[in-house]
Design a protein around this ligand. Structure first.
Ligand SMILES: Cc1cc2nc3c(=O)[nH]c(=O)nc-3n(C[C@H](O)[C@H](O)[C@H](O)COP(=O)(O)O)c2cc1C
Length: 216
């Protein structure tokens, strides 16, 4: 921000003077940075109960909803599936898999994944009509919500895993069983629960291979 803009907005030279203590803390937090540098998902198949209750979940969803969203369109929403609902839906997943003619092991893998989940939050991408904000930006925002929810859950000490799977992309299943509108889709099936163990680290990207500096 240049001096003229600062003058027009009547902002002090040091923006930090206008923020509260909590915001200051957030702007510079070694703890948060350490978390981001070491965070990793816990495989859904290793998650057990307890899962976050509705009160604990409210904090996580509040953090997830605090996600960059161009135009404040809120092009996403949440469907919280508690354990009994996951078990009920696991039978619908299996029936749909069989109707689609999928291989038996693929059907069983999907059924078991839903049946054993202590809790899953579906992040639903729900793009809004807009002349200004392209749909791709709204979809990217939904993906960012998934990561924000994953990180909030991990930071709170829960085990969490961002999954998808064929059922989450099947229109018959998501519209018929999950109540999605035709223009909506599942951005993430976010499994939350208690992690019994920490998985070994997975290889991380080689930054030299994916970073390009443009100096001038
Ligand atoms: C959109 C999306 C869908 C995913 N779906 C699956 C899935 O169905 N099954 C799976 O094993 N991993 C899936 N993953 C990968 C895991 O969420 C995750 O990348 C992996 O467990 C490592 O996570 P970490 O970097 O937090 O350690 C998916 C990731 C994304 C971004």
């Amino acid at each position: 921000m240049n001096m003229w803009t600062r003058f027009k907005l009547r902002l002090p030279l040091d923006n930090r003077a206008q923020t509260n203590d909590m915001a200051n803390m957030t702007q510079s937090s070694d703890t948060a940075l350490d978390f981001l540098l070491t965070r990793r998902s816990r495989p859904a198949k290793l998650l057990t109960g307890p899962a976050p209750d509705r009160e604990a979940l409210k904090t996580l969803l509040t953090a997830a909803a605090r996600t960059p969203d161009h135009g404040k369109l809120e092009p996403w929403r949440f469907v919280v599936l508690e354990n009994a609902a996951m078990q009920r839906l696991s039978e619908a997943v299996a029936a749909r898999g069989l109707a689609l003619g999928l291989a038996e092991d693929a059907v069983e893998k999907a059924r078991a994944s839903w049946a054993r989940a202590p809790l899953a939050v579906l992040v639903i991408a729900s793009p809004k009509p807009s002349e200004k904000i392209p749909e791709i930006e709204q979809v990217l925002s939904a993906g960012a919500v998934c990561l924000a929810l994953l990180n909030a859950a991990l930071a709170a000490g829960w085990g969490a895993n961002w999954l998808s799977g064929w059922a989450s992309h099947d229109r018959m299943f998501v519209e018929g069983e999950l109540g999605l509108a035709p223009h909506e889709f599942v951005a993430g099936v976010m499994h939350l629960g208690t992690a019994s163990q920490t998985p070994p680290e997975r290889p991380r990207p080689d930054l030299d291979a994916i970073v390009e500096y443009v100096a001038q």
